[in-house]
Design a binder for this molecule. Structure first.
Ligand SMILES: NC(=O)NCCC(=O)O
Ligand SMILES: [Zn+2]
Ligand SMILES: [Zn+2]
Length: 477
């Protein structure tokens, strides 16, 4: 299977030039002008188009067991949606319950992707409890399962959340393994107490989700992690950073020598807190954690992308249907679905709305439309935050995130002249709504390859379920 992409404008995080790209047996074997056409090669004309390295989404959830339900996409629909949006590699958060062993969980989650994933993938291994067996399990996750990043939640008290002793021990173990610890940073106690207070005051609609986890609560979570990471010397990566004080807590720690990556996600760059305030429970569609913030934070995050403070733009794809899933927090419907609430005889409220927004398909188009096309960021920054930095931080570079001889032939031919509209009626994600319904987009991934195989052609799916490979990563330590 060989492919020659002719005359495209190749854009990477550092270079931009017009040339041909030849891929053979899944890898890039030649780059240059007027390459000869080997026999049996398919030739694709990319004149007037960009050729980008396949995009990487380092933070997704696939069929996540969460808040009494499961997020909608499985690996078949989730990876197809990713590819339709130009994303060729996914890194999924493996999120076991506290009762599960993290090593067994990784094996189980791997088995759920194999045979269904169309794009390549790896995992961040969730540590949701730290007991006498956890350090050994983490060693095996690296040595046997070839995973080099872990995940903790400083939020979700009573579910995925860990306490400070567990956080410290996890950081020590991650450092010893030469791995990276990714973290959801919000102060769990403050969230839990504020939720209780608001609900007791009768503040129960989706518009109260943001006030229940204000920017100070996220900033405290970030500061907390930075203090611990500073003590242990562990490399950390803060997922879904939503606001200025959170970014500042991390940049202050960086100045003290803490090695910390910063991720933001497409919803924070394009939406603001007014969405969760929409009447008649519609705001539930935009409930995610940390919450979508006031517009000023969105502007600040764009600046941080442009100046290099933010490393990656991911999605935190956690898709739930509006009906019935988001309605688990509806005053009437909620009663029927949550046993503990039923026992109280009270109406449900915003704390029972499954957190998350379907977004894996729209990230790259939104980043291009609202970043590149508006002049907020240049093309190199676009490639860097949507692909290359994730590969570098998570041990996949230069196999992924680059257009170079020897790199995987994950390529996106991008048509900057294309114009379209986002809609749940046409998206490939499994949810019944889009958070960006009716939004115009500029540019699209016209052709997408994974290891030289065309998965999307003329914007239409032509991929193969199960083509995706697990990406083993070796310890740097
Ligand atoms: N972010 C969110 O709202 N849902 C998914 C779980 C998580 O990443 O915290
Ligand atoms: Zn999270
Ligand atoms: Zn997440």
């Amino acid at each position: 299977m060989s492919l020659l992409i002719r005359n495209g404008e190749i854009v990477t995080s550092t270079a931009r030039f017009t040339a041909d790209v030849l891929s053979e047996n899944g890898v890039i074997t030649a780059i240059g002008p007027n390459l000869p056409v080997p026999p049996g090669v398919e030739v694709i004309d990319a004149s007037g188009k960009y050729v980008f390295p396949g995009f990487i989404d380092p933070h997704v959830h696939i069929y996540l067991p969460f808040m009494g339900t499961f997020s909608k996409d499985d690996w078949a629909s989730g990876s197809k949606a990713a590819l339709m949006g130009g994303t060729t590699t996914l890194i999924e958060m493996c999120c076991p319950s506290r009762a599960e062993d993290p090593l067994e969980a990784i094996r189980l989650w791997k088995s759920k992707a194999a045979g269904l994933a169309s794009c390549d993938y790896t995992f961040h291994a969730g540590i949701t409890k730290f007991d006498d067996s956890t350090a050994e399990a983490m060693k095996a996750i690296v040595a046997e399962e070839e995973i080099l990043s872990f995940k903790v939640f400083l939020a979700y008290k009573g579910a995925f959340g860990i306490d400070d002793t567990e956080l410290y021990r996890t950081l020590v173990a991650v450092k010893e393994l030469g791995a990276v610890l990714t973290a959801h940073c919000e102060n769990a106690e403050l969230v839990a107490e504020t939720q209780k207070k608001l609900v007791a005051e009768g503040k129960t609609g989706p518009e109260w989700h943001e006030p229940s986890r204000p920017i100070s609560v996220e900033a405290e979570g970030c500061h907390h992690l930075m203090t611990f990471a500073g003590m242990t010397g562990t490399e950390v990566y803060v997922v879904h950073t939503s606001c200025k004080p959170a970014v500042e807590a991390i940049t202050e720690a960086r100045a003290r020598g803490v090695k910390a990556g910063i991720e933001t996600v497409a919803p924070y760059l394009t939406l603001d807190s007014s969405y969760a305030e929409k009447p008649d429970f519609e705001g539930a569609k935009w409930v995610m954690s940390p919450p979508i913030r006031a517009k000023e934070h969105q502007d600040f995050l764009w600046q941080c992308i442009a100046d290099g403070t933010v490393d990656t733009v991911a999605t935190d794809h956690a898709p739930f249907d509006f009906i019935p899933q988001k309605h688990m927090g509806h005053p009437e419907a909620g009663k029927a679905v949550d046993a503990s609430f039923q026992a109280t005889g009270k109406a449900a409220n915003f704390t029972l709305i499954p957190n998350g927004i379907p977004s894996v398909e729209e990230r790259v188009k939104l980043l291009y439309t609202h970043g590149v096309a508006t002049g907020r960021i240049d093309l190199h920054t676009f490639v860097k935050v949507a692909s290359t930095r994730a590969a570098e931080i998570f041990g996949l570079y230069p196999q992924k995130g680059e257009i170079a001889i020897g790199s995987d032939a994950d390529l996106v031919i991008w048509d900057p002249a294309w114009r379209g509209t986002i809609s749940a009626a046409t998206h490939s994600m499994a949810t019944d709504y889009s958070a960006w319904e009716g939004w115009p987009v500029e540019g699209r991934p016209e052709l997408v390859t994974v290891r030289g195989k065309v998965m999307v052609r003329d914007g239409i799916w032509c991929g193969e379920k199960g083509w995706g490979n697990f990406l083993p990563r070796k310890s740097k330590g």
